[in-house]
Design a protein around this ligand. Structure first.
Ligand code: AMP
Ligand code: MG
Length: 483
């Protein structure tokens, strides 16, 4: 039996914050994926993933003792405009469990209609469910804060999008599903007392250190702003584009949340727009840091009944320097620079300009850079660059800069391999797994990819083919918002 140690703290906040809602289970479900790593996190043995009880649970067909499913209410700024009423339109918080790692939310996505579904069907398609399942585990493997993935349940139930597609459900884990938009909802409904209840809940449950500060609400806001800045610095360093950075998709604890039309850069293109429906490029790769600040500003408004304007402004001013310092630190690490010297920023920026000009694969370049040897011709790296003269000029500067580093070449290479991933969840890799699942009912590739991406910095020679940049068909896959 799935006896989990439920501790439903959010439920205790009362019905201003959610609507109780049972999942609408799939009639004839089957298990598509289940992740032993996250199962262990919540105290499940891998063997339990193969049981009928587990499938019934992740397909919305049973509500185990202690679980109290609910749809959370929130609102948010979507593409810059305020939408007063959003909420879990197809996901349900099944409950929260107490673990060694703290409280963990269990959230079932695709579990049917709720009062917040508006005109939509409450379902999720297999394609988007596989993408989210893999992304959560991929970012975690890269050391980036994120929701995690436990399982996918599939069904023959058709779901209508641009085409008719198979439906699926994803059971995901998170520290919290409270979003910037959760605060906005109560603020713009003129319920400051409920903003306060929610803030108290977040502080008490997740930020005990903030509770001991002189201004706990300011400490909460500072935590959100700093966690967001750090998170986005990591996204930028690894080349991750979220795609839909609306405030309803921003976790108050700074975890990557709600994967839709996300993408990782293949060729380095600062203006890359991964969301096919983002016509203006609001959430383009190079705009993510600025959008993060815009979103923190929206959060500041939502908390303005609790925190004086001067304190909000002071904290907002910390965002940009923190993000830049974090990003520069990570970029220096990608170049193997343990120290920081005056010319480093230019060296980094000129390399990025070189990558952009040559449309060079970002991940592959940095992985090969790990083997750079001063004085050598560094042919494998050079071969990636259409403009050999520009590469040679940059390599001479890099070579000179490395002379100022203390460690050996081997030490530098090892340190660089720990920050420059070999494996990345490139769109085409997810697409192969999706096609095999949709066309052949073969789910093996999902599990293989999950395993490869769990250790993205390791060589894993048996999986070397997964480190290849995209074939022609995989370069420009259109990923829309529809999911
Ligand atoms: P998203 O763009 O996925 O973050 O979703 C934005 C809002 O639309 C959220 O309130 C979702 O719950 C809701 N939503 C998205 N897809 C569906 C769907 N198929 N059925 C019901 N609500 C949905
Ligand atoms: Mg969302």
């Amino acid at each position: 039996m799935l006896n989990l140690p439920y501790d439903n703290r959010f439920l205790a906040l009362g019905e201003d914050f959610f609507t109780a809602q049972r999942p609408a289970g799939f009639a004839d479900p089957h298990l598509i994926a289940a992740n032993p790593d996250t199962a262990r996190l919540i105290g499940l043995e891998p063997a339990q993933l193969d049981t009928p009880e587990f499938l019934a649970w992740v397909s919305g067909n049973t509500t185990p003792a202690g679980s109290a499913p609910l749809a959370m209410v929130y609102s948010g700024h979507q593409f810059g405009g305020y939408t007063p009423q959003l909420g879990d339109g197809r996901g349900l918080l099944l409950g929260q469990v107490r673990t060694e790692a703290g409280l963990i939310d269990l959230h079932l996505k695709g579990a049917g209609k709720t009062p917040y579904s508006r005109f939509a069907d409450g379902r999720a398609v297999l394609r988007s469910t596989i993408r989210e399942y893999l992304a959560g585990e991929a970012l975690h493997g890269l050391g980036i804060a994120t929701t995690r993935s436990l399982a996918i349940a599939g069904s023959d139930e058709p779901v209508i999008r641009e085409q008719v597609e198979p439906g699926a459900m994803l059971l995901r884990l998170a520290r919290t599903h409270i979003r910037f938009g959760s605060f906005e909802y109560f603020h713009y409904r003129q319920r400051p007392e409920l903003v306060q209840v929610l803030a108290d809940h977040v502080i008490e449950t997740y930020l005990p250190a903030a509770a001991r500060e002189r201004e706990p609400y300011t400490a909460l806001f500072r935590h959100a702003v700093q966690a967001t800045a750090r998170l986005i610095a990591q996204w930028q360093a690894v080349g991750f584009c979220h795609g839909v950075m609306n405030t309803d998709n921003m976790s108050i604890l700074g975890e990557t949340l709600d994967y839709g039309p996300y993408g990782f850069l293949d060729a380095y293109d600062p203006g890359h727009i991964c969301n096919h429906s983002d016509y203006e490029g609001r959430y383009a790769y190079h705009r993510q840091p600025a959008v993060g600040l815009w979103n923190c500003n929206a959060l500041a408004h939502a908390l303005s009944s609790l925190i004086p304007a001067a304190a909000l402004r002071e904290v907002l001013l910390e965002y940009e320097p923190l993000l830049l310092a974090e990003l520069r630190r990570q970029q220096r690490a990608k170049l193997g620079l343990a120290s920081s010297l005056p010319g480093d920023d230019a060296l980094i920026d000129d390399l990025l300009a070189l990558l952009a000009a040559g449309a060079i694969d970002y991940t592959l370049f940095f992985r090969r850079l790990c083997d750079f040897r001063p004085g050598a011709d560094n042919q494998p790296l050079r071969d990636l660059c259409p403009d050999r003269a520009a590469f040679d000029a940059w390599a001479r500067r890099y070579d000179q800069r490395l002379a100022a580093e203390a460690g050996s070449d081997a030490e530098r290479s090892a340190a660089m391999r720990a920050v420059n991933p070999k494996y990345l969840l490139r769109n085409y890799l997810a697409e192969i797994a999706i096609r095999q699942a949709e066309d052949e009912g073969d789910y093996g590739e999902i599990e293989r990819l999950r395993q490869v991406l769990a250790s993205p910095f390791d060589e894993q020679p048996q999986f070397a083919r997964y480190a290849e940049p995209p074939p022609d068909w995989g370069r420009k896959l259109a990923i829309s918002c529809s999911s």
